[in-house]
Design a protein around this ligand. Structure first.
Ligand SMILES: Nc1ncnc2c1ncn2[C@@H]1O[C@H](COP(=O)(O)OP(=O)(O)O)[C@@H](O)[C@H]1O
Ligand SMILES: [Mg+2]
Length: 287
């Protein structure tokens, strides 16, 4: 499902003294099967933008196009059902939304509501939980006996098991231990590569943006000010700093080595493997 924003504006509390324009003339496209990051300072409109993907918020003016379905200010909620089923939204700290006394009930709550094949969803959830390192008894356990990282994975599984086409993640790994972070990010990348899911990641973690993302959309004061690849973004250190972000560790390493040896590689490596390859080629040429 390709999603287009056509001149979307969004104003909070319109017509009150508190009204605030959080999205300003957004014109942009999210293509099927691609991995996106949305970055920008706190308050730039990232969460407001993503809440438009499942009709939680509707444009104050302008339109959104999901293939043949249009969403605008006046679209009724009943027309949003198919879209809501196809968009999996993982908010910040999703574990705070867990409420059932077993993991099985937690996992089957959403699918029951949508009239989905519950056994199929349960099977998918079980596989995901095993991949996340849970034991085979997981389904009958209580989410409230779990660690923070485990609760996050359960909340994420509840959404992924519904097999949405578009997976939206608002700071999915904030506050997690490194191992849980890696497991979650690798799973998401796998779903994009193997099952052609569209991924939209809101993140301040530039290491993840470098490693996983294909296209970056940069927000400022309700505008998308720039769309580029991670390579293009991280090649411009001054711009990254202007955004109050840190370049990824791997990029910093390349810059340090370039400085130390007074050289300049043509390419910016965004993974350890590509950096090592580039570095070895350079060493061989030096000999
Ligand atoms: N319910 C609301 N009422 C009024 N203003 C809001 C509301 N929610 C968010 N805002 C404002 O909209 C702007 C964008 O917020 P948000 O989309 O949450 O930004 P981000 O996710 O990039 O931090 C912020 O200035 C925020 O204060
Ligand atoms: Mg936010």
């Amino acid at each position: 499902m390709t999603v287009n924003f056509n001149h979307v504006n969004f104003i909070y509390q319109q017509g009150t003294p508190y009204e605030y324009q959080a999205l300003n003339n957004i014109v942009t496209e999210f293509q099927d099967g691609k991995y996106y990051a949305i970055i920008g300072q706190t308050g730039s409109g990232k969460s407001t933008l993503i809440q438009h993907f499942n009709g939680l918020l509707k444009p104050t003016s302008g339109k959104m196009q999901f293939n043949e379905v249009t969403i605008q200010r006046k679209t009724k909620d009943k027309h949003l059902r198919t879209i809501r089923k196809n968009v999996g939204m993982v908010f910040q700290f999703p574990e705070s939304q867990l409420f059932e006394d077993t993991i099985e009930r937690e996992i089957t709550f959403g699918p029951k509501n949508f009239g989905m094949d519950v056994e199929k969803v349960k099977h998918k959830a079980f596989q995901l939980l095993l991949d996340f390192g849970f034991t085979r008894e997981v389904m009958s356990q209580s989410p409230f006996q779990m660690s923070g990282g485990q609760m996050r994975k359960i909340a994420l599984t509840a959404i992924l098991a519904m097999d949405p086409d578009i997976i939206i993640l608002d700071e999915p790994t904030a506050g997690l231990d490194p191992q849980s972070r890696k497991q979650i990010m690798e799973k998401i990348k796998h779903l994009q590569q193997q099952e052609q899911k569209t991924i939209i990641l809101v993140s301040h973690e530039m290491n993840d943006v470098a490693r996983y993302v294909e296209e970056v959309k940069i927000m400022r004061q309700g505008h998308i000010v720039h769309t580029c690849t991670p390579e293009e973004l991280f090649a411009d250190k001054a711009y990254v700093e202007q955004l109050h972000l840190a370049v990824p560790d791997i990029v910093q390493l390349q810059r340090d080595i370039e400085q130390k040896h007074n050289i300049h590689f043509d390419k910016l490596a965004l993974t350890e493997q590509s950096f090592v390859k580039m570095y070895k080629e350079w060493q061989n040429n030096e000999r």
